[in-house]
Design a protein around this ligand. Structure first.
Ligand code: SIN
Ligand code: CO
Length: 377
């Protein structure tokens, strides 16, 4: 089990969205959850998002996976990096590393990206719009971090896919060893240089942009056929000038614009659906044949366990305990099933001994048959 050695509340107070820092020995006696060979194996899979970046002689190239065996049989000694996105969705050990961070909310969590870097390898100086905890596994990397971007950094066209910047003065310049963690808030330029072949684990958090909320809300309104009405004003009057939009008309139109946001439940459902959708592909496989509710009940009664697919998000609102949002879908439960809903959203595994009504068994059966939860053979 992975456990952080520092106090998350103190970290949040001092650093979160404020300044980068190094959490020396953030994990004590850190053991890599995955080997470089297993990482290479993941990068060969069609559905897994991977990249290979090379910077030999300062010539930058970036290629997207999946990669074939030949990629790994003719590698140079140095100056390259292999990156696998959302590795927690595909590798159980990698998924366990993310469980050290469950005191931060699941809705904000994006993914665990894993990099294997040969000596001299990296992705060059760049700026992310993510909060990231970069955990150093085996090996050593030197990290430089600069002051927050307020428009002073220039993008280069050296390797357009990498969105690098020209360079920056360091406010942090340190070498990370196994178990050390570098935290970088959005907007701080950074660059890692590999001193010894390394594994790095980036736990990324991404909050939605205001413009994403607005455009996604517009999609939600259309998908739910809401607001399909025109302005209605039986009290309409003539006006002295033709070109004027009256303040009273503007107020009526603005009220229309806001009305969807004021429907009870609409914003809750919209946020729940949006925030529970993973931004990376999930390992969802529907069972064959499908399970029947009595078989699921029987499985739990005989000490069987039911697992949530790694990376699948199941969320609920603090003030509403009969509703959950699972992978973008709204799920409603009866009064007696609120404890079950809490388990669904907060635990990676459903164990026997949990009290469930017939309705909850049916719901769980649906979730298993969709491939969101699974029963091991
Ligand atoms: C890297 O490990 O070099 C890439 C991670 C990052 O900079 O976000
Ligand atoms: Co970065």
């Amino acid at each position: 089990m992975y456990q952080l050695s520092f106090s998350m509340p103190e970290f949040l107070e001092n650093y979160w969205h404020k300044k980068p820092t190094i959490l020396k020995g953030g994990f004590q006696n850190f053991i890599d959850p995955i080997s470089p060979e297993e990482l290479a194996g993941l990068s060969m899979e069609e559905e897994i998002d991977s990249r290979f970046v090379s910077n030999f002689n300062d010539e930058w190239t970036a290629e997207h996976g999946p990669f074939g065996e030949e990629k790994f049989s003719q590698l140079s000694e140095s100056h390259w990096q292999l990156i696998v996105q959302a590795a927690n969705h595909w590798h159980e050990g990698a998924n366990q590393l993310t469980e050290a961070f469950t005191s931060l909310p699941n809705w904000l969590f994006d993914d665990l990206m894993i990099c294997y870097s040969a000596i001299g390898g990296g992705v060059g100086p760049h700026i992310d719009q993510y909060d990231v905890f970069i955990i150093q596994g085996q090996g050593k990397r030197q990290w430089r971090v600069g002051a927050k971007d307020v428009g002073q950094y220039k993008e280069t066209c050296r390797a357009s896919a990498l969105r690098q910047i020209e360079g920056f003065d360091a406010i942090i310049d340190e070498t990370l060893e196994p178990g050390d963690i570098l935290y970088i808030p959005p907007g701080f330029p950074h660059e890692g240089n590999t001193l010894e072949p390394s594994m790095s684990y980036s736990i990324g958090y991404r909050s939605p942009k205001e413009q994403e909320l607005i455009s996604n809300f517009a999609d939600f309104v259309l998908a739910h056929d809401m607001g399909d009405v025109h302005l209605h004003d039986p009290e309409f009057k003539t006006q002295d000038t033709y070109g004027k939009i009256r303040t009273s008309d503007l107020a009526n139109l603005t009220t229309m614009l806001k009305s969807a946001l004021e429907q009870p439940g609409t914003v809750n459902d919209f946020m729940g659906c949006l925030l529970s959708q993973s931004r990376h592909q999930l390992n969802i496989v529907a069972p064959e044949p499908l399970w029947k509710p009595e078989e699921v009940a029987q499985h739990l009664e005989s000490e069987g366990e039911i697992y949530r697919v790694s990376g699948l998000k199941a969320l609920y609102h603090e003030h509403e305990d009969k509703m959950a949002y699972i992978n973008g879908e709204v799920i409603k439960v009866a009064d007696e099933d609120t404890a079950f809903l809490n388990t669904l959203c907060n635990q990676p595994v459903i164990h026997s001994g949990i009290t469930m009504s017939q309705a909850s068994i049916s719901l769980l059966t649906d979730l298993v048959n969709k491939g969101y939860w699974f029963i091991e053979d």
